[in-house]
Design a protein around this ligand. Sequence first.
Ligand SMILES: Nc1ncnc2c1ncn2[C@@H]1O[C@H](COP(=O)(O)OP(=O)(O)OP(=O)(O)O)[C@@H](O)[C@H]1O
Ligand SMILES: [Mg+2]
Length: 303
Amino acid sequence: MKYILRSYGLTKKYGTRLIVEDVNLAVEPGDIYGFLGQNGAGKTTVFRMLLGLVKPLRGTIEWFDEKPTTATFSRIGSLIETPGFYPNLTVHEHLDIHRRMCGVTDIHTINEHLKLVGMEGMGNQKVGKLSLGTKQRLGIARALLHRPDCLILDEPVNGLDPKGIRDIRELLLELRNKRSMTILISSHILGEIGQMVNRIGIIHGGKMIEQLDYAELQRRTRTYAEIRVNDDGRATWLLEQQLHIRDYTVWEKGCIRIYEQLEDTGMINKALQEGGVIVNEISLCSESLEDHFLKLTGGDQKC
Ligand SMILES: Nc1ncnc2c1ncn2[C@@H]1O[C@H](COP(=O)(O)OP(=O)(O)OP(=O)(O)O)[C@@H](O)[C@H]1O
Ligand SMILES: [Mg+2]
């Protein structure tokens, strides 16, 4: 099997609004694929289309190199948005309902999966009393119960504390390594999923703006000199005219990031000072992946 999942030109409209436009996804076996986008970017809508829960306006989807049939969806486990639970039912009762719905005959699978997600011995607890992180883990246990080949998790770490995020990261890596599962996971914060994914698709305004290996994304983040000046208009004029520097951005008022000629920042300082610009600070920094993501997605809408 070459691909677990491919989508071609996936497009969705609600009313007259284009919500998802021409999304081409390519997920290979063993990928932990991070689907990244700010709130409202279209992540959940894409996942719903992939699962056959929402009909696309246009485009096609292939699962396991074939056109999906009803049987295809039994090979996929999913957790979309906040999982719906009955507060008065116990953890075990929830999983048992799902087990029977999926036609899984082995009752021991419930305890096996509770153990897998770190909820051993919690079967008798009422779901209404569980913390958010534990509910997310229960949602993952439910999605895994029928031993799918691929797992789709929509923002499973949203609202979790750092330990909760680490636990989920370790669980997903274990699933990939021990069960050879392929996992699609969405998030609106790159830092939350960066350490667990090997491939990233970035969606913005319903369009896929990047799809690349995580290692490639890391390579793209660059070193720069950040200078703080009293007059960025004059400073950029001097950078261009005196030093022929073109690769820079005015990051915010009075703050310029320069990406070239970094071997001699003293020269930049001198040229600016001599040109009448007061340089308050000059430092060498590396762009974080989060900055890079924000730049790609417009940069103005902090998550
Ligand atoms: N059933 C619907 N009817 C009309 N508009 C919808 C519907 N579902 C989603 N939308 C709109 O589509 C856009 C994308 O929504 P979607 O939930 O896919 O985004 P998202 O990337 O998952 O966002 P979030 O990070 O907040 O979960 C939003 O503007 C949303 O309001
Ligand atoms: Mg969503």
